[in-house]
Design a protein. Structure first.
Length: 317
């Protein structure tokens, strides 16, 4: 009983979070457990949803570029279903100024997975978090609550910023070009691998279309194919390349229908072809994240493709 009272008082997963009430210190590195409190609370009116390929987009830079108060709610290996669930939690509780979805190949799948190997806490995403205080009672929660209590006293550092941002890549001064090249080669796509037909269904994009269509017309909607290394992309003419081209065409139509900005960085370019921009085939380095934000701002302002070929504008509001 003492442990239950302690956990309820500390509220390490923000069951009592609400708009305008800042989330407490985030001490659990499991984003699926930690991010609902950001989605429920804080002064945010804008958010990023995606996988690890969008995690390095700094909310402070997005605030400066687009206005508003951004949270970055991108979750490592999140499926489209998990992203939409988290977006629904965020959108239901506040007036919204902007949403940004970082897209990858899972959005193009004919049968996208609903969950990853990581357990998804459905109860934490339900309205009112039914029986939340009891359902969260375990040794992990008690430990996280103790750490959160230390953080509130200034005796421990939060694992993730209160806007969801965290630099998960190694420090830049530890970058090893040879190691990075090895990781890039390991993550390269197999050009002979089979892929779904270009005209096969893409149900995740249909769900995204419905979500964007439910938003007020003045909300800024940004859809971004994130810049994975060129070697990890479907090469033109291959089965994977044809599927990706079909997916981008559907996102272009989806963007146009919802007055959204849709931008494609997932293409061979000086950015994605330069090994030195990447830690591995999927994850770019920290300076690249700043370039992406600046390029998105330019794409919104001008509606034009990138002058250096790094991005293409698929749709413009």
């Amino acid at each position: 009983m003492v442990a239950l009272i302690f956990v309820a008082a500390i509220d390490p997963y923000g069951l009592r979070a609400a708009p305008g009430r800042p989330p407490g210190p985030i001490m659990d590195a499991n984003q699926r457990l930690s991010y609902p409190q950001i989605a429920r609370g804080g002064a945010f009116d804008s958010a990023v949803f995606g996988t690890s390929t969008a995690r390095l987009l700094d909310p402070d830079a997005l605030d400066a570029a687009f206005g508003g108060r951004f949270a970055n709610l991108s979750v490592n290996a999140a499926t489209p279903d998990e992203q939409i669930r988290l977006a629904g939690l965020f959108l239901a509780r506040r007036p919204v100024r902007a949403v940004l979805f970082g897209l990858d190949a899972t959005w193009c799948a004919a049968d996208p997975p609903s969950r990853t190997a990581n357990a998804f806490p459905d109860w934490l995403y339900a309205d009112g978090t039914p029986w939340g205080s009891l359902r969260q009672m375990n040794l992990r929660t008690v430990t996280v609550a103790f750490q959160a209590g230390l953080a509130r006293m200034g005796l421990a550092r939060p694992r993730i910023r209160r806007d969801g941002y965290a630099v998960f890549t190694p420090p830049e001064d530890r970058y090893d070009p040879e190691r990075a090249r090895a990781h890039i080669r390991f993550g390269a796509a197999d050009p002979s691998a089979p892929a779904e037909a270009p005209d096969a269904p893409m149900p995740a994009l249909a769900r995204l279309d419905r979500l964007l269509g439910s938003l007020p017309p003045d909300v800024l909607k940004i859809l971004v194919f994130m810049p994975v290394h060129a070697s990890a992309q479907g090469a033109p003419g291959t089965a994977a390349g044809l599927r990706e081209a079909a997916c981008k065409a559907r996102v272009a139509a989806l963007g146009a229908g919802n007055r959204a900005l849709a931008v494609d960085f997932r293409r061979p370019s000086p950015l994605t072809s330069r090994d030195a921009n990447y830690w591995d085939a999927l994850h770019y380095r920290l300076p690249v994240a700043a370039r992406i934000v600046a390029d998105l701002k330019a794409a919104l302002d001008t509606g034009a493709d990138g002058p250096d070929g790094d991005y293409r504008v698929l749709a413009h509001p």
